[in-house]
Design a protein around this ligand. Structure first.
Ligand code: PRP
Length: 178
């Protein structure tokens, strides 16, 4: 019988470790934005699970929204141009936007979205990512909140896929290389 964990090499961050770190991030965000009109924006699909856990650790009134994006054809690597599949359903003018990602690699997606939010009149745009893979960076982007920094290994679980699978693993794991 197939299992959700077929192909997994090893667990990098357990369910419990993730939970503790998400609680810490939520506490910090609550403290930092207590006086602000905060819109928390999850970037689908990868950030969906992290977003749902994180917002329940933010103890203040917030608005939430989601965007879905994909790279523009094959041009993402060179231009960083991103296609919007699903846009926000609310105005962010004058609000602080917190973009929530599962992982930052080249930094192209978030640089693009950050600029887009600023152009739409957000008062400030901040970034929270569960994972940061700095070795892959092509464009510098300021990460304000980061769960864990990882090396250049293929990661799956807790929202992150490989060939559309593994998003439902409750932990973050490295995939077998073969
Ligand atoms: C992943 C991740 C970020 C982006 C990061 O999304 O969720 O959105 O790539 O990469 P970058 O820093 O190199 O731009 P992906 O395109 O895999 O889509 P998904 O979230 O639907 O899995």
């Amino acid at each position: 019988m197939n299992s959700a964990r077929d192909g997994i090499d090893k667990i990098l961050f357990s369910k419990e470790e993730i939970q503790l770190r998400v609680e810490e991030l939520g506490r910090q965000i609550t403290k930092d934005f207590a006086e602000e009109d905060l819109v928390v924006v999850g970037i689908l699909k990868g950030a969906g699970i992290f977003m749902c856990d994180l917002i329940r650790e933010i103890d203040m009134p917030v608005r939430i929204d989601f965007m879905a994006v994909s790279s523009y054809g094959n041009a993402k690597e060179s231009s960083g141009e991103i296609r919007i599949i699903k846009d926000l359903q609310q105005d962010v003018r004058g609000s602080v936007v917190l973009l929530v990602e599962d992982i930052v690699e080249t930094g192209l997606t978030l640089s693009y979205l950050k600029e887009m939010m600023a152009e739409r009149g957000a008062k400030d745009v901040r970034i929270c990512t569960l994972l940061d893979k700095p070795e892959k960076r092509k464009k510098e982007v300021q990460i304000d909140y980061c769960g864990f920094t990882v090396g250049d290994v293929f990661i799956v679980g807790y929202g992150i896929d490989y060939a559309k699978h593994y998003r439902n693993l409750p932990y973050i794991a490295a995939l077998k290389q073969d």
